[in-house]
Design a protein around this ligand. Structure first.
Ligand SMILES: O=C1O[C@H](COP(=O)(O)O)[C@@H](O)[C@H](O)[C@H]1O
Length: 237
């Protein structure tokens, strides 16, 4: 299916470009399910959405989900939900029932099952799997995406909707959507910034080196559209 590459000057212009795309996608849709990413990259985007797009979106129709979460309470600084709440959720008129967070405080295995049931109960399926309207992804300097790390590449092909992953260095448990679920989305958008991602980006785009070991290289919209938003530093090689 279609792949798009957008190279933007910096994180600010990249966020603006993506925000406009996100706005267009949500317009005239009675319900829109978006899975958000965590980490550092979406912070500029969330801040921008809260400050300049708060009244442009019809938040009543938008449901926030997460592609992955660290297994920590929602008050922990490591929590992807906490970051989103502080930068975005608390500043826009989105109904509380539209927020579907991964309960990082729960036992990881049980939470992976519970979250999968919540997704299945609400998001319409296609190809036997839930189909998110939009899947927002980041990529770590090691080529991981969501919480699918190079040492657990099998989670790309795993069939259950959610899985438990372990951070390769810290040993922190994570709950993540699997590659099968991510790839079934109608739209997938990678937001990648920073020179420390440039080497992996170059290998993935040119299909060179160890690219097959990087989970991000295995994200392909099976029946939808994949877009990459890169800043000039990430695209530098
Ligand atoms: O751990 C995570 O990392 C990835 C990439 O994060 P970034 O800080 O390099 O932007 C992120 O997409 C994921 O949601 C997060 O939990």
């Amino acid at each position: 299916m279609m792949n798009n590459k957008n190279i933007c000057k910096d994180g600010e212009t990249l966020s603006e470009e993506f925000a406009n795309f996100f706005l267009r996608e949500t317009q005239n849709k009675p319900v829109f399910h978006v899975a958000l990413s965590g980490g550092s990259t979406p912070k500029i985007l969330f801040d921008l959405l809260a400050k300049e797009y708060a009244t442009k979106f019809n938040w009543q129709t938008i449901h926030f989900w997460w592609g992955d979460e660290r297994c920590v309470p929602p008050t922990d600084d490591e929590s992807n939900y906490k970051m989103t709440k502080e930068l975005l959720i608390d500043k826009i008129a989105i109904p509380p029932q539209n927020i579907h967070r991964i309960l990082g405080e729960n036992a990881p295995e049980k939470e992976a099952i519970r979250y999968a049931k919540e997704i299945e109960g609400i998001i319409p399926a296609k190809n036997g799997l839930p189909r998110f309207d939009l899947m927002l992804l980041g990529m770590g300097p090691d080529g991981h995406t969501a919480s699918i790390f190079p040492n657990q590449i099998e989670l790309i092909k795993a069939e259950p909707i959610c899985a438990v992953a372990t951070h390769p260095e810290s040993g922190q448990k994570r709950v993540t959507l699997t590659g099968a679920t991510i790839n079934n989305s109608a739209e997938i958008a990678f937001l990648v910034t920073g020179a420390n991602k440039a080497e992996k980006i170059q290998e993935i785009f040119n299909k060179e080196g160890d690219y097959k070991k990087y989970p991000a290289a295995h994200i392909k919209a099976t029946d939808g559209k994949l877009s990459w938003y890169l800043d000039e530093s990430a695209a530098g090689k």
